[in-house]
Write a protein of this length. Sequence first.
Lengths: 152, 479
Amino acid sequence: MLIRRSSPYYLLFLLAVVVGGLAGEVGAGDVQFTVPGDAESVNSEGVVSLVWDGKEGVEYEVQQGDSVLFENAKVRYAGPDHGSVLTGFEEGSYYFRVRDAGGEWSDVVRVDIEFMDRQQVVLLMVVGGLVFLATVGALLAGHFRQRGQEVA
Amino acid sequence: MNQSHLLEPVTGIVLLVVFGGLWIALGAWWGRKAKSSEGFMLAGRNVGLALGTATAMATWITSNTTMMAPVFALKQGVWGLLAYSTASFGLFLFAPMAMRIHKLLPRGFTSGDFFRLRFGNVAWGIFLVISVVYSMAWLVTMAIAGGELVNALSGISYVTGLTVIMAVCIGYTLFGGLFAVIGTDFIQSVIILVGIVVIGVAVLTKTSVPEMAANLRADQPGLIAFFMPVALLAVFNNMFFGFGEVFHNNVWWSRVFAMRRSVAPKAFFLAGLLWFPIPIAAGFIALSAGTLGINVVNENMTGPLVASRIMGADGGGTVAGVVIFVVLFCSLASSIDSLLAATSDLLTRDGFEKLLRRGRAVSEGVRRNVGKYAIVGTGLLGWLLALPRWPIQHALFLSGPLVASVIWPVIAGLYWRKVNRNLVIAAMLLGSGTGLYAYFEIGWFTASLISVFVSMILTVAGRFVKPESFEWKGLGAND
């Protein structure tokens, strides 16, 4: 161990852990995300739906960051609503937190945007293109073949 | 979650009462023309080009067009706009099919008639299940949208709004049949076109395309990116969903039978042309949300929210609310009435006359009464299923693989003299099954595509593996 149990520094360490944990509980914002329900979630459409609890008539602020430290954080919403649908995300990990005016930040949620495998997408697109051409072709071929004929 | 209402509840109630009363009065007035059950179901088989085009276009402008197209744009960006507009291709391709349908079934009543005569009772039964399930899903999504619209715009409870809109649509369809449906469609199509243009212009007065593009690049780059898998696949998925909806459903076949023979192909083609820009315009509104600082809380209400914020920003809140209400009411009503009429025709003609009565003669009075009970029953069932307020997109897209599986059987049935019926049946069943599997295992954006692919393989196989010959004149023996 880096710190011996008999050492006074160990006691200080334990105290710091306990106080830090309590601070985490007390300092955690009154506002928390209810959607997404988990701290980490995955989305394949590039859409992040956020819903948070909290009082009515209060202004909220939602931040988006590239990491849990929220350096270069971007404000994605500021206002009285309790939710926001954010779209147009490219692949990557995105972190969000919310607070009411003057309050503490909520727990952070992370959303990973993961698209379908590129090869799978290309394959399905090719299938789609072929089916489209075949469908239009069959219909038009039948139409021109039958157009001048009487029903027999 | 909360977003303020654009209309006072009293204003919402007044609008519901005024429009509801007006539409029912129109239904009763037009209904005088229906002297027989054929007149009630098929508007005398004499609808001309203007009304034919308007009814096809208005029916296809559903609340999904005005409310889901913005959701597609919000979530899938520019590709989402294009994905939605590919639904017009179904109308284009139905134009030549309309010609063929008129030729083969000059006295036809329903799409079920065609399936029963062409492929036999087993295929007909599967077709009826698919058609009724899809029609009810469509009806339920319209009903849900109606309740949500009234609630979002005016604060009137969801159940009240849902109930009033359904009651109005049932009322005028009951009084006027397809005459009322087509007549109100004409008025509704004009209102919708004008309303969409007004709202689109209002958006452009608040922002510009370059400004929107810059904002999207900064905050929502995925909406203008080329490789967005869900969006790209949605282009094909939506297109095949649209093909399946139009090719199989009695909403469209009844219009073919209602129009004059020379009119039907032109009407469907023109309707497709007029419909094509509507979802693009509706979706464009949603792309401006970020630029204008509009926060979307409920994605299903993106269109009405953005439109109301833009038009209400200059102090015209109530006027904006009224315009949006009227446009969305028209888009809802123009589809709900068509569904009620066409589904009741299917239940009356195929369910009651052919299935229950086994083709025995039915008096005119009994046929009309059964038809009316079917309208009320379909509407009531739609209302009941809408009460839980499901997510709209899920309710409708689940039926996508079902209808996509019927695309190739319809083409084969209309144009191929020889095809193996058992393989056609397998095409519908396996197409539906694999499509539903894809829906849950891969995603909604692949379901219709995979369904039509499987169905195509089996149907084409049916042309070469023990094909059975069919005499086209067998379709003309309608009773």
